[in-house]
Design a protein around this ligand. Structure first.
Ligand SMILES: C[S@@+](CC[C@H](N)C(=O)[O-])C[C@H]1O[C@@H](n2cnc3c(N)ncnc32)[C@H](O)[C@@H]1O
Length: 249
């Protein structure tokens, strides 16, 4: 089919109009009315399965690739009330900064400092934690360190999942009984593999490691994602969230 026949066909012509460049109306924020949360004894009533906090908070470094706002971490710590926390893929140190503010102990490491969270000898049992916060690479959606042990440098999905499995096992072993592992992860459309349901893989691997999910998925709205400013020629359903899953040992 030539470009001309494509446009001459009224069905395609009407669809083409919808692929018009951004207009002011499209850029305007849409306000959704969220369901009312039931009242309960939670010390953090604003923490529900749908999460957005318009303030990132003064934690970590917002310019670090993959940086996440600290308020979700803060809410989880206030809810679960752990005393010793670990962030084994710390990036710019968002979790550490939240812990400092709350006066909680936090071990935080990253592959940039040579610590490999997927290596059972690096991530050993010397210390155990009652809360592990983890925001791993969404495979190769964003690249982090040049180190080949960086999860984002895994050459294939199989390799990534094998290393991710070992990371979750290491985390499960580093938890005190009853300790929690919170993982923030997003699904990802890869140029070779197509849609990769990383949140599903996360649950599967956590269950295989003997953990159980201890509360609802927390859907975090991805305001400010760099992809939201891009224009793509292909058609797809944009993913506008990632998911925080909390598992218990
Ligand atoms: C999504 S970023 C975390 C960003 C962090 N939450 C923040 O707010 O700055 C993922 C981090 O995982 C680190 N990483 C990737 N593979 C790793 C590994 N095998 N061991 C430890 N850290 C790793 C990357 O260097 C990167 O800093």
């Amino acid at each position: 089919m030539t470009a001309t026949t494509y446009i001459a066909n009224p069905f395609y012509a009407s669809r083409l109009k919808r692929v018009a460049p951004r207009t002011e109306a499209r850029d305007r924020p849409v306000y959704a009315r969220l369901p009312l949360a039931p009242r309960n004894a939670s010390p953090v009533p604003g923490l529900t399965s749908l999460y957005h906090n318009h303030r990132a908070g003064d934690y970590g470094d917002r310019s670090y690739p993959g940086n996440c706002g600290g308020n979700l971490i803060k809410d989880l710590l206030l809810y679960f009330q752990p005393t010793l926390i670990c962030d084994p893929m710390a990036g710019s140190g968002t979790c550490r900064d939240v812990c400092n503010e709350l006066g909680l102990g936090c071990f935080s490491w990253d592959i940039h400092e040579g610590f490999d969270a997927c290596d059972p000898t690096d991530f050993s049992m010397e210390e155990t934690f009652d809360f592990i916060w983890s925001h791993p690479a969404y495979w190769r959606q964003k690249l982090y360190a040049a180190d080949p042990r960086d999860l984002s440098r895994s050459p294939t999905l199989e390799h990534f999942l094998q290393r991710y499995r070992q990371f979750i096992r290491n985390s499960a072993r580093a938890l005190k009984p009853g300790g929690k592992l919170a993982i923030l992860m997003g699904d990802y459309s890869d140029r070779e593999e197509g849609f990769v349901p990383l949140t599903w893989h996360t649950k599967r691997l956590a269950f295989d490691a003997g953990l159980r999910q201890c509360c609802t998925d927390i859907i975090r709205f991805s305001h400010g994602a760099s992809s939201s400013k891009k224009v793509y020629r292909s058609s797809f359903i944009p993913g506008l969230h990632d998911v925080c899953m909390v598992f218990e040992r």
